[in-house]
Design a binder for this molecule. Structure first.
Ligand SMILES: [Zn+2]
Length: 108
């Protein structure tokens, strides 16, 4: 198997037990989520986060993988590049509206 150029391993995944385990993953781009509750286990605390990275399953098309880890649940989504760019536009538009909604003098 030939890895995608963005694959972190880039070795064809020879140690994968099954072909369907030969998944190319790119470098994660994490974003901590300060408005979500952190996960606590003993003295450890893990902030909720969402991360994106490239992914390709054997025989499949590369996709934008979105992973969200929160106290309530974890979530995975695969998006085409066009869908990811549309989502990025939506996030930018809504974030701009939220910043405009912030009341001066209050925490933003
Ligand atoms: Zn790979």
């Amino acid at each position: 198997m030939i890895c995608t150029p963005s694959c972190e391993d880039r070795d064809g995944h020879p140690l994968a037990l099954f072909r369907e385990d030969q998944i190319c993953f790119g470098t994660p781009h994490p974003t901590p989520l300060s408005l979500e509750d952190a996960e606590r286990s003993g003295d450890q605390e893990r902030a909720a986060y969402v991360e994106t990275y490239t992914q390709r399953h054997p025989g499949g098309e590369p996709s934008v993988h979105l992973y969200a880890a929160t106290v309530r649940d974890d979530m995975w989504l695969d998006l085409t590049p066009d869908e990811a760019l549309k989502l990025a536009e939506s996030l930018t538009a809504v974030a701009t509206l939220v910043r405009a909604d912030a009341i001066p003098g209050e925490r933003s």
